[in-house]
Design a protein around this ligand. Structure first.
Ligand SMILES: O=C1O[C@H](COP(=O)(O)O)[C@@H](O)[C@H](O)[C@H]1O
Length: 262
């Protein structure tokens, strides 16, 4: 039995943002020291807005975001054009990339190849090749290891586009998987596989709002919850996982949370 994940709880997203910033900057600085680049995998959904607050609104004089060293990948993506309202790329671009002040440098962003919107298997294979060219060609690794994965948690316990009960959760070889019948629209997506999503050097979940409290209770306090996609990442990655939540999201959760700043 290893060490449990870290659960950090804050009164509000305004209070959560400075600690999320400190956590991201720590991962960034370690990565830049190690290989002069920061490779981060991002979820869509509610995450980019909170991350924007952490990176762009909180400055606090406590370290610099070196956006020019960032390589941004998508933990999951919907098979839609890049300017579509459902696109995770669009969300990250509009919430974060477009708002980076001039002079701070811009990240390198790796979107899906929209040539394959009608063929999610091909899209997943192509995105996997992108990861191979960035991670494995340099290091010849079995699994790509992101410096940081920042993930969301859906109200059903899904993360990336790995949904509860999906046969995709049993995948052990592929790095990126296609979905053509997602229970949450839009149906066609690609997602990092569970082994890759569990393999980050650091894995940060952000879950806020009372709409998440039932699933948080399941994930942290019950055996069935530990079998949900978010629970499986907790089990596999243990204390490499840190959750950043607000008080409404953990109302009624028994698992011990550390309250206040990191
Ligand atoms: O469909 C998705 O949902 C999850 C969770 O979204 P949230 O709005 O509840 O935070 C998200 O992490 C994922 O990237 C997205 O494609």
């Amino acid at each position: 039995m290893g060490k449990p994940p870290n659960l950090y709880a804050f009164q509000s997203t305004d209070e959560l943002a400075p600690s999320l910033r400190a956590y991201v900057l720590d991962a960034q600085n370690t990565a830049i020291d190690r290989h002069n680049v920061f490779r981060v995998g991002l979820s869509g959904g509610s995450l980019p807005k909170v991350l924007a607050k952490a990176l762009l609104e909180q400055t606090n004089g406590d370290g610099k975001v070196h956006f020019d060293k960032w390589e941004i990948f998508f933990a999951d993506e919907r098979a839609v054009p890049l300017d579509h309202e459902d696109s995770n790329y669009r969300l990250v671009k509009e919430e974060i990339v477009d708002k980076i002040p001039a002079g701070q440098g811009k990240p390198t962003v790796y979107p899906i190849d929209v040539k394959y919107l009608d063929d999610v298997q091909e899209m997943a294979d192509q995105y996997e090749q992108t990861l191979v060219s960035v991670f494995a060609a340099r290091d010849s690794v079995k699994l790509p290891m992101f410096d940081l994965l920042l993930l969301g948690c859906g109200p059903d316990g899904h993360t990336c586009s790995l949904f509860p009960g999906s046969p995709l959760l049993r995948e052990v070889d592929a790095w990126v998987l296609p979905i053509s019948d997602s229970p949450k629209p839009p149906p066609k997506r690609i997602t990092l596989s569970l082994p890759v999503a569990s393999h980050g050097i650091k894995i940060g979940f952000v879950a806020t709002g009372g709409g998440k409290k039932d699933i948080m209770k399941q994930i942290f306090d019950t055996e069935e919850g530990r079998q949900l996609p978010c629970g499986l990442i907790n089990t596999f990655a243990q204390d490499r996982v840190s959750w950043f939540v607000d008080y409404p999201a953990i109302e009624g959760v028994s698992f011990p949370a550390r309250r206040g700043s990191l």
